[in-house]
Ligand binder design. Structure first.
Ligand code: ADP
Ligand code: MG
Length: 926
């Protein structure tokens, strides 16, 4: 039973106040067919909407089954509409993009009824209105009458107590009107049906009660219903419970909804995805460029590590002082009107000498080894490489069986001019200064290969720069690799030095050259396998000192027979592979024909420590094992005493040879003892080569009759000094792992390199004067501006991404906004059948969520497709395929999430607005 008590309703539009209901009171029975008749604008629709809870009354009361609605909240009205009311409109108000069945199901969906139940009940309702066979048609495929019957089925599906119909036949011809009216009459058998119409014939024919309205008043009621208010309990307030819909339901509702309008969804998603595509492409490009820059940096840093030598020349200070050409290029800061002095040459010399520094690498290594040192944060993939001055020789036999030292020294006579030109001096000062690892003193045909991280014997960076032509890279300490040049060649000079070509042939060639003959060297070739069978013998420096039996040791380096004996027991170095630098290799850093691994260095360090000569020297730290004498004392007095003792102990032939050496050294040098004023000793006066030993000894005695301390000190330093314990250890090749000869710090980027430079500066500021480290920052000198350029590029790319992010989020927002706004009518319909505001925003949010997901996926997918042609364009433009635009997976995921977030934000505001919309107004929109 419905009681309408003195209901007033006013509409205010601008200045105009329109009273739609002017104190309407009407009681409706639970089961009757009421027709409301009245002219247009008399307030019929308003009354119906108020009864149906779609519109609010201003004052009065609507009492539903004895329950006042005065205190109804939104959700009570929602629930009332959903459970108690069924609406039928003149314009059907079906949702056009959903099937007939889904349209009918909608009311059930909102009340949270299960899918199968929904379908069963919707089908039943449609069968009831005679449309059981048209479940899957779309509303626009039906006639007006059929649509209105669908609307009635929808109104009935929840089995409401009240059916409200607003001019249900208003848009129908008379024949279909009759069908609809018959249906409504049928429906009215077991419930209250209130129908608004302005067709009095229909009203009289079908309805069992006619209420006439005019200007918001009821002017006539054919069958008024007086409620016995005295016997009735006063109206009480009661909550109706909630029309509930789970999130999952709203998602599936939205999904189905979107599925039914695929083309539209695709277009909306595509529009939303354009922004995503923009960001994705820029991200990919920037990713490609950054990867490229990173690689370049890494490659550059592998070729140019920060290199710190135990002994170094500070090249940068020389460069900053104006360079070697300073004298010529410096602008004169005086007029050109007289003769001026130019001191730059002398200044240069002073800079040069002050630029030679010694670094305490032992202390610095301690700092580097400390895991807490900040510097370790910036060390790159190749890490820190310590190099040691291991001393060893490599010997072999040439095809004739001649003993060959691979440093080339056995090839030539010592004083041949050619040998100094071509011999062992192919180690350029630059390569020495750049401190490439493995530049050890032993021989210039062998160098240590850059070792990789985690104990890899050869760094990946090196391996990547060479083509392995044969065999494999060395791993064990006795394995070496042969390095060819890019034409698969090795210089003949090296081949002779390595004993691959016979040394006799070399000597012949040299003779010819010295005689001014022209020579022609025929090209020879070997296959890889043959050359890998060549045997090399490694002899550590310490092995070339053998015991004399009296506790002292002698060097046998000049003794070929002894050396050959040693060779037979020496370690054989095996060539395990042949490599050639790649065409555009960035790290083809092996500067010698043969390369060995860090394993050999470690082996030699250990081996030297355990050798006889080193052990003997260690046992007698005060006695020089090479001559049995005490090491040099530190004070001048002791030195003078030693010199006197030494001179006194000399025999005639010893004196003669000492005098000879002294004379020779004076002939070849201008300094030395030239300050001695004894005329008899002046170079050239006596012809010493014709003198007998006795005569020479006598001359020495004569010269040293009354020696002053200065002379004795000079003699001591030049001829007697036995050096120090450390000198001897160095001679034997002893290397402490704590004292590297050079340290190479590899970084992965210019930025990290700068940080490392800063760390070293910090280290220097805390270290004591003699522990401070100085080094030449070649890469810094060469590429100081590159870091800035790279930073600028990165910032520009970031700015691009940020701008496109903002643009695309606005775009997605607008698109969602529009797509929500144009569905206002749908929102009205949903509200009419009982959806709450919350439901509405939930459905729309679910929908925008799905659209966001689609846009994201679509955007990423399209971007990935676009990247294929974009990359080929980039490659052909740049002429190289090192820059590859690619979208990182993490960015792709972030973009999809961003797309969803933006879409939801974009849809949130309009869907909130739509939900808030007055359902009556919403329904009115077309
Ligand atoms: P009927 O359905 O009898 O034709 P309505 O109930 O639609 O009449 O309208 C009653 C009066 O209220 C009319 O004068 C109409 O202009 C006015 N009216 C109805 N709805 C609104 C509204 N949303 N805003 C302003 N005026 C309205
Ligand atoms: Mg109307």
């Amino acid at each position: 039973m419905l009681q309408i008590q003195k209901i007033y309703k006013k509409y205010v539009t601008g200045d105009l106040e329109q009273t739609a209901l002017d104190g309407v009171s009407l009681n409706l029975r639970d089961n009757e067919f009421v027709a409301i008749l009245g002219p247009s604008g008399s307030g019929k629709t308003t009354l119906l909407n108020v009864i149906g809870g779609l519109d609010r009354y201003d004052s009065g009361d609507l009492i539903i089954n004895g329950i006042s609605t005065k205190k109804y909240k939104d959700r009570d009205w929602d629930s009332y509409r959903n459970h108690t009311i069924g609406f039928v409109f003149q314009s059907y108000n079906l949702i056009p993009h959903q099937t007939v069945l889904s349209n009918v199901e909608l009311a059930l969906t909102i009340s949270g009824i299960s899918k199968s139940e929904r379908k069963r009940r919707a089908t039943e309702a449609l069968e009831k209105v005679g449309l059981g066979k048209q479940l899957h048609k779309k509303p626009n495929q039906m006639s007006g009458g059929q649509m209105q019957r669908v609307a009635i089925a929808r109104a009935l599906v929840n089995d409401p107590e009240i059916l409200l119909a607003d001019e249900p036949t208003g848009a129908l011809d008379s024949e279909t009107s009759i069908q609809v009216m018959d249906l409504l009459k049928e429906v009215a058998k077991d419930r209250l049906v209130v129908m608004v119409t302005h067709n009095p014939e229909l009203a009289e024919q079908y309805a069992n009660r006619i209420v006439r309205v005019k200007d918001g008043h009821i002017i006539d009621d054919s069958n008024p219903y007086e409620v016995d208010t005295k016997n009735m309990a006063p109206p009480k307030h009661e909550n109706m419970g909630k029309a509930s819909m789970s999130l999952l339901t709203s998602l599936s509702l939205s999904f189905n909804n979107l599925k039914t309008k695929k083309g539209r969804t695709l277009l909306t998603s595509f529009a939303g995805s354009i922004g995503i595509i923009g960001i994705a492409l820029i991200l990919s490009l920037s990713n490609g460029v950054n990867t490229y820059i990173d690689n370049i940096q890494k490659e550059t840093m592998t070729s140019y590590p920060i290199s710190i030598e135990a002994e170094t020349i500070d090249l940068s200070s020389i460069m900053s002082s104006g360079g070697p050409a300073a004298g010529q290029t410096n602008d004169a800061n005086h007029d050109l009107d007289a003769i001026y002095s130019n001191g730059s040459g002398l200044e240069m010399a002073s800079t040069m000498t002050s630029s030679f520094t010694e670094n305490n690498l032992t202390a610095f290594k301690k700092y580097l080894d400390n895991p807490d040192s900040e510097i370790n944060k910036y060390v790159g993939e190749n890490g820190i490489i310590y190099s040691y001055d291991t001393k060893f020789g490599v010997y072999t036999k040439d095809p004739d069986g001649t003993f060959v030292n691979t440093d080339g020294s056995t090839l030539t006579d010592k004083n041949s001019s050619i040998s100094t030109m071509m011999g062992m001096s192919n180690m350029s000062p630059m390569s020495k200064m750049s401190g490439l690892p493995g530049m050890t003193s032993s021989s210039n045909n062998f160098s240590e290969l850059l070792s990789g991280k985690d104990g890899e014997s050869v760094s990946e960076a090196v391996k990547e720069s060479y083509d392995l032509l044969y065999g494999s890279w060395p791993t064990a300490y006795d394995e070496i690799i042969l390095v060819l040049d890019s034409n698969n060649e090795i210089s003949s000079n090296t081949l002779y030095q390595l004993g691959i070509l016979p040394s006799s042939e070399y000597k012949e060639l040299i003779n010819k050259i010295e005689n001014g003959e022209e020579i022609k060297i025929e090209s020879k070739s070997w296959n890889y396998e043959d050359i890998c069978n060549k045997e090399f013998y490694m002899i550590p420096e310490c092995d070339t000192y053998i015991a004399n039996g009296d506790g002292t040791f002698k060097s046998i380096k000049e003794d070929t027979a002894e050396m050959e004996k040693l060779m037979n027991n020496a370690i054989k170095l095996k060539i395990t592979g042949v490599v050639r630098p790649q065409e555009d290799a960035k790290n083809a850093s092996i500067s010698t024909a043969l390369g060995y691994t860090r394993a050999l260095t470690n082996y030699i360090i250990q081996y030297t420590d355990d050798s006889e000569v080193v052990k003997a020297q260690k046992e007698n730290p005060t006695i020089n094992v090479l001559n049995g004498m005490e090491f040099s004392p530190s004070t001048d007095d002791e030195k003078i005493a030693d010199a006197k003792k030494y001179l006194g102990s000399l025999g005639v032939s010893d004196k003669a040879s000492l005098f000879k050496t002294m004379m020779y050294s004076m002939q070849t040098t201008n300094d030395g003892m030239s300050n001695m004023d004894n005329p008899s000793i002046q170079a050239g006066t006596p012809d010493i080569s014709t003198m007998s030993e006795e005569q020479l000894a006598a001359m020495l005695d004569e010269y040293l009759k009354s020696p002053d301390n200065d002379t004795l000190l000079k003699i001591y330093d030049a001829y007697i000094s036995t050096g120090t314990y450390d000198d001897n250890m160095t001679t034997f090749g002893v290397v402490s792992l704590d004292a590297p000869s050079s340290i190479n710090i590899y970084t992965d980027s210019f930025e990290n390199k700068e940080s490392i430079s800063d760390c070293i500066e910090d280290y220097n500021s805390t270290a004591s004067e003699e522990d401070q480290i100085s080094y030449t920052d070649y890469i810094g000198i060469l590429l100081s501006s590159v870091t800035t350029i790279i930073n600028v590029i990165s910032y520009v790319l970031i700015a691009f991404v940020a701008v496109s992010l903002v643009v695309s989020s606005i775009m997605i927002g607008i698109i969602t906004f529009i797509s929500v706004m144009e569905r206002t009518k749908e929102i009205g319909i949903l509200r009419a059948i009982g959806a709450s505001k919350h439901n509405i925003s939930q459905v729309f949010n679910a929908e925008t969520f799905i659209i966001g997901l689609c846009s994201g996926l679509l955007g990423v997918g399209i971007s990935l497709l676009l990247l294929i042609p974009i990359n080929s364009i980039i490659h052909s433009l740049l002429g190289m395929d090192t820059v590859n635009a690619s979208l990182p997976i993490s960015s792709a995921i972030i973009l999809i999430i961003l797309s969803m977030i933006f879409t939801i934000i974009g849809g949130f505001i309009p869907s909130k607005k739509a939900a808030k919309k007055d359902p009556v107004t919403a329904l009115r929109t077309e």
